[in-house]
Design a protein around this ligand. Structure first.
Ligand code: F6P
Length: 358
């Protein structure tokens, strides 16, 4: 049995742990397994850049951050585009066939899973494993990497909290998540942030300013705003996709937190600082929860392969491991439920989302 593995898209914690569990299960259950690791994601599959892996390659990597195979971003929207005469999809199929693979395991987030689905529709045997710190993969309660990122973001916000208090400052802290705010929401609540700004809940700058004023009047020395990368104002929410892209481009690479801090400066005498948690949120060792869930995901992936149950994504829903068709998840995002219990209860205790006075 010849199984290809690749890790694709932005990295995260527990990629190695997932591969380890998949490989160990296959080696444990069968004696005819050969694993081919493609380097740097789909690029390795396109350009026949791979290594023949041995059981020892999967030893001592359970708690190792990053990915031993390397990764890259290969945007889905460009997959069908022939560039300089190079047909990416045909090249990937050719490598798969040349290496006589029985299956390809893709460890990827949303874009990568769309490509996995495309390859599956092209007739390759593919399974997916849900990777991303963003936890926005549709059809699974958790993706591996998420809890580790939440841990790091929470610690980061905790540390900001003490310096914010000492100086009686407002801090606008950028937390990863362009399209969805799961990390920011969890870390914001876990660190006791006063205000949480999410892509799913457009903020009103005047309300935000009033909330800060009210909290200050009530005796709060400092204000910590946990702000997702993709936080959006109510005016920006009215823009077309194209107009919004232009707006983001006009920030010239600067994060939204600078814009919010500048706007707030018109409303308050308090000192304002910004801070970005950045890519550290994706780095380092996976937390115990991610080590466990990724191990279970990896074993489930191996089960799918051994059962020849292809075209599926391993998921975890309602405390159960499961698998759903790749085509069911491809192209969909799992957003924060703005009507859900978490937002409701956070608001009840006085956390502001910048959309209404608390
Ligand atoms: O998809 C994971 C993620 O870390 C997002 O949270 C973040 O917006 C993005 O990747 C950053 O991408 P890059 O690694 O290309 O800077």
């Amino acid at each position: 049995m010849r199984v290809g593995i690749l890790t694709s898209g932005g990295d995260c914690q527990a990629l190695n742990a997932t591969m380890r569990a998949l490989a160990k299960t296959l080696y444990q259950q069968r004696n005819d397994v050969e694993i081919i690791g493609f380097l740097d994601g789909y690029k390795g599959l396109m350009h026949e850049n791979y290594v023949n892996m041995k059981p020892e390659d999967f030893e001592h990597i359970l708690n190792l951050g990053g990915t031993i195979l390397g990764t890259s971003r290969c945007p889905f929207k460009k997959m069908r585009v022939i560039e300089n005469g190079f047909d990416k999809v045909a090249a990937m199929k050719k490598t798969y066939q040349k290496l006589k693979l029985d299956c390809l395991a893709v460890l990827g987030g949303n874009g990568s899973l769309k490509t996995a689905n495309l390859l599956s529709q092209e007739g390759l045997n593919v399974i997916g494993l849900p990777k991303t710190i963003d936890n926005d993969t549709w059809g699974t309660d958790y993706t591996f990497g998420f809890q580790s990122a939440v841990n790091i973001a929470t610690r980061y916000l905790d540390e900001i909290q003490t310096t914010a208090d000492s100086h009686s400052r407002i801090f606008v802290v950028e937390i990863m998540g362009h399209k969805v705010g799961h990390i920011c929401l969890s870390a914001g609540i876990a660190s006791g942030a006063d205000i949480i700004l999410l892509p799913e809940i457009p903020y009103d700058i005047e309300i935000l300013a009033q909330v800060i004023q009210n909290k200050t009047n009530a005796g709060k020395k400092s204000i910590v705003i946990a702000c997702a990368e993709g936080a959006i104002s109510k005016e920006e929410a009215m823009l077309s996709k194209k107009q919004y892209k232009l707006k983001v481009a006009s920030r010239e690479g600067h994060s939204v937190v600078y814009e919010i801090a500048n706007k707030l400066a018109h409303y308050t005498q308090k000192e304002i600082r910004v801070s970005c948690a950045g890519h550290a949120q994706r780095g380092g060792q996976p937390c115990p929860y991610d080590r466990e869930i990724s191990t279970l995901f990896g074993v489930e992936g191996a089960r799918l392969i051994m059962n020849k149950d292809y075209g599926k994504l391993v998921v975890f829903t309602d405390h159960h491991l499961n698998a759903i068709p790749l085509e069911e998840t491809a192209g969909k995002l799992k957003y924060v439920d703005v009507q859900g219990d978490v937002i409701r209860n956070a608001k009840l205790m006085g956390i502001s989302f910048g959309d209404e006075l608390v």
